[in-house]
Design a protein around this ligand. Structure first.
Ligand SMILES: C[S@@+](CC[C@H](N)C(=O)[O-])C[C@H]1O[C@@H](n2cnc3c(N)ncnc32)[C@H](O)[C@@H]1O
Length: 461
């Protein structure tokens, strides 16, 4: 599941009405159909092939119903703060050399001790109406030092003393954390285990066409006013491509009606994932832990969110504080090699030619069905559409597969050119692997866009 937009504005404290199930906003029957699970007939065999890596299409993940963690008891919604990559590096820089610490130890200190203590200190701001945008890190390190001394952890205490001394001698640097708004923190003694269920991501559910109609309305108002962009709290619920009836998607908007899942912040090294699971015959988005979580640790998942706007990408500074932080909680998809194959092989003439061929045929061939099936597009998305449109979709799917083959090389070349400007030691295997992953991301996003368009066009028939 991926968050679909985020804001350019500093965090606002929004209130929401708590709901305990999905609320469908339009086309109730249609949306229910899109959220219904259809397991493939040979589900067990496919599941096995997926585990062995021989199945390409993602198979539905069936889970038993599980109780969600109780807010105010097992988890807390509270003010949370974080640090940007610059501050992360500043802190690493002032760790004293005479305390023998591995690189991993240094990161653990920042990502676990420092962030957990920080969020403990700022908890009381919650609901006070008087929450600062920045918070100094000095009292955080002082508290860690004090408790390390009390528990006899001399190494940590010594490190804190060294850091505090360095902070005093470099007054020109700003050792501060920044506000992320409200977040969710584990409050259970002993913490949570691995692959533990936290909560469903509930909200109001929109079919694609209705969602975009609403977004167009919002954009129209924004264009005509001086107001800043509002915050967005929505996530896409995508049917797995290996479902018997195939891929499709709906939008879950948790802006006004939601639960605490909508408060969970992004991390580039998250302790949870938000994934689509099949529970009691229905698809839902569930937040599950991906590693054990300690009491006091903030609950996070990777938003996997993409923007085509460089401005948005740059404005969404990520405060997750992790060693692998990508710097922004919105991935940028706007330029570079991603468009190269599209520009070269799928220009205006090609697009029109494919459309004319599909209209002339006006029927769906056996090959079309095979290619659509390879992409995971089935009756859920295509039933009820005219023959020419299904045939045209098959033409586009063939282009998407063609692009998928060509793209890794283009992305690899582009990334190497960029990296050679800054690095001499480049791991080619990992670069090739990254290019494959990025090309797969482009394929998925093309299929998503195609699905949105078919949903909009489908409304005319
Ligand atoms: C889904 S909301 C999370 C809950 C939100 N903090 C609240 O108060 O309701 C997404 C917003 O939280 C903030 N946020 C989440 N993760 C962040 C991160 N890693 N760094 C900075 N801000 C973050 C951003 O303002 C973003 O638009």
């Amino acid at each position: 599941a991926r968050m679909t937009k985020a804001s350019l504005v500093p965090p606002v404290t929004r209130k929401y009405e708590v709901i305990e199930k999905y609320l469908i906003v339009a086309d109730e029957e249609e949306v229910q159909r899109k959220m219904r699970v259809a397991l493939p007939d040979d589900y067990s065999e496919k599941l096995l092939s997926q585990k062995n890596g021989t199945e390409n299409l993602e198979i539905p993940e069936v889970k038993d119903y599980q109780r969600r963690k109780v807010p105010g008891d097992e988890v807390l919604e509270q003010e949370v703060y974080g640090i940007d990559p610059y501050t992360h590096n500043l802190l690493r820089d002032i760790m004293p050399a005479d305390v023998s610490l591995s690189s991993a130890d240094k990161h653990t200190f920042i990502e676990e001790l420092l962030l957990n203590t920080l969020n403990k200190q700022v908890r009381d701001f919650t609901g006070s109406g008087n929450t600062p945008m920045v918070y100094p890190l000095k009292p955080v390190i002082e508290e860690i030092q004090k408790s390390a001394e009390e528990s006899g952890d001399r190494r940590t205490a010594k490190m804190c003393l060294g850091m505090l001394k360095a902070m005093r001698s470099r007054p020109e640097h700003n050792y501060v954390a920044y506000r992320k708004g409200l977040g969710v923190v584990c409050n259970k003694k002993g913490g949570f285990g691995m692959d533990d269920f936290v909560i469903e991501f509930f909200g109001e559910v929109y079919p694609s066409w209705r969602w975009y109609e609403k977004q167009d309305g919002i954009k129209h108002i924004q264009n005509n006013s001086e107001d800043q962009a509002p915050e967005f709290y929505n996530i896409m619920l995508e049917r797995p491509k290996g479902d018997r009836d195939g891929y499709d998607l709906v939008f879950v908007d948790a802006m006004h009606k939601a639960n605490y899942a909508s408060r969970i912040c992004h991390s580039c090294n998250p302790n949870c994932e938000a994934k689509v699971t099949a529970v009691d015959g229905q698809y839902q988005i569930g937040v599950y832990t991906v590693r054990p979580i300690a009491e006091g640790e903030e609950i996070t998942f990777d938003y996997n969110s993409v923007t085509e706007s460089k401005e948005e990408h740059e404005a969404s500074v990520c405060l997750c504080g992790s060693q692998v932080c990508r710097g922004s909680y919105l991935n940028f998809s706007g330029e570079g090699a991603f468009e190269k194959v599209l520009m070269e092989f799928h220009g205006v003439l090609d697009r029109h030619s494919l459309l004319l061929q599909a209209c002339e045929a006006n029927t769906v061939s056996q090959q079309d069905l095979i290619d659509l099936g390879r992409a995971g597009l089935g009756t859920c998305l295509l039933a009820g559409l005219p023959g020419w449109l299904v045939a045209y979709t098959a033409q586009l799917v063939r282009f998407i597969f063609f692009e998928r083959q060509k793209l890794p090389n283009e992305i690899f070349k582009h990334n190497m050119e960029e990296k050679r400007q800054f690095f001499t030691d480049i791991n080619m295997d990992s670069e090739r692997n990254d290019a494959e992953v990025q090309a797969e991301g482009v394929l998925n996003s093309r299929l998503q866009h195609l699905t949105h368009t078919l949903d909009k066009v489908g409304n005319y028939f």
